[in-house]
Design a binder for this molecule. Structure first.
Ligand SMILES: Cc1ncc(COP(=O)(O)O)c(C=O)c1O
Length: 391
């Protein structure tokens, strides 16, 4: 099939939920993707923060294929050694007590919301079930996680949404406190609002949130779906802030390219779920877990984390010499670029034509390169980005 045929079939057979760029990707290695015409791209997107180790990393392929050759799936009615090993590693790296595996970021957040409500119900009874989230957040596309998402644009069409969410302004402690009352059982925040335009929370604000939560037995739940798994130069972004959330959600980069989500909880929440109160057919799938274990073993060493920070710094330094850069916001290799011309979408489309994949977030260009990207690949990609931004 040539590109035009692929595009036409997509139009005929897939629901139109995405505005796609003109590239049909068929293979890749490291930070290079190849399209159906054999054209190469430097990938600064990693599939929106998913391919942590890049395309078809040798160790990752070995882990996945070996597991596929042993056992590809069993139900959660049986013990899965690889699932248990992955959970153990996640607890070691995060300081969490227990893990629930699912298949996506939205599901991980659904799980967090259910834990919060059941914890509160078990301890305080009915009526203490509100969850505070932040304006401009993004937590997923299910009916409940859309309701959790603090952006009106997502609160359309699919009525009625799940009740019980209130929204406070990010980085505004007065507004945050004004929304806290006896009915709030949890706060769910992204420490850097990724989809919202790479907007970091201020440490002072986060400290206030953590203190208020601790004081009132309100659960502090951090959505690390985009920021977790070493993306920001620490294994978890909450380590940059020195906080210990009660719940952490992960997905995206966790299995390096296979669907997975994880909801991690602290000790006091370990027994909130009991058999039958939550579950998923595919959650903790052995192949996804084998992939995650490979990712976790690789991305969690001090040396690797230091490299993520160094590469992020290198990219930011180079960007500071580019024309048309108004501002950058970043943590590790989660990078947002505001252009003088406010033309992020146009830049992204032109980059594809010239062999570079970049993302946008609101009106920013967003870069989420694979964590293993080489300096040579960074230079090559940035050269293309510069040439586009110069115009
Ligand atoms: C912070 C955050 N939470 C949740 C999600 C939803 O994850 P998923 O698309 O895997 O359901 C995303 C996706 O972009 C995200 O960035």
């Amino acid at each position: 099939m040539n590109f035009e045929e692929i595009k036409s079939d997509e139009n005929n057979y897939l629901m139109h939920t995405y505005g796609r760029f003109n590239a049909a990707l068929v293979s890749g290695k490291g930070a290079k993707a190849v399209d159906v015409n054999g054209k190469e791209y430097i990938d600064f997107t990693s599939g929106i923060g998913v391919n942590s180790l890049g395309y078809c990393d040798d160790g990752w392929v070995k882990a996945v294929t070996e597991q596929a050759g042993k056992i590809q799936h069993m139900s959660n009615l049986y013990y899965s050694p690889v699932q248990i090993e992955t959970a153990k590693k996640l607890c070691e790296l995060s300081g969490a007590d227990k893990v629930l595996f699912c298949n996506s970021g939205a599901e991980a957040n659904e799980c967090a919301i259910k834990i919060a409500r059941k914890y509160s119900f078990d301890k305080y009874g009915d009526g203490r079930n509100k969850i505070l989230t932040l304006v401009n957040s993004f937590h997923g596309r299910t009916v409940t996680t859309l309701a959790a998402t603090g952006q009106e644009v997502f609160h359309n069409f699919f009525f009625p949404f799940t009740e019980g969410f209130v929204y406070a302004q990010a980085n505004d402690t007065d507004d945050f406190k004004a929304h806290i009352d006896e009915s709030v059982c949890a706060v769910l925040i992204e420490l850097i609002q990724g989809e919202g335009g790479v907007v970091p929370l201020e440490p002072e604000f986060v400290k206030t949130v953590a203190d208020v939560c601790a004081e009132k037995d309100i659960l502090l739940m951090v959505d690390e779906v985009q920021t977790g798994v070493s993306r920001t130069g620490q294994f978890l972004c909450c380590q940059n802030y020195g906080i210990k959330p009660n719940v952490i959600t992960l997905a995206k980069g966790l299995a390096g390219g296979l669907p997975i989500g994880a909801c991690l909880c602290s000790k006091e929440l370990a027994n909130v779920f009991t058999p039958g109160t939550h579950g998923t057919t595919f959650g903790g799938n052995p192949i996804a877990c084998a992939a995650a274990l490979e990712v976790l073993n690789r991305v969690s060493t001090d040396e690797f984390l230091n490299e993520v920070r160094q590469k992020g710094k290198y990219i930011i330094e180079k960007l500071s010499t580019f024309p048309n850069v108004k501002k950058t916001r970043s943590a590790g290799m989660l990078i947002g670029i505001l252009t003088e011309k406010d033309n992020a979408k146009e830049v992204a489309a032109k980059c594809v034509e010239r062999g570079l994949l970049v993302l946008t977030a609101k009106n920013l260009i967003r870069l989420l390169p694979p964590l293993t990207i080489t300096y040579e690949e960074i230079d090559k990609g940035l050269e293309i980005l510069k040439s586009v931004m110069e115009e």
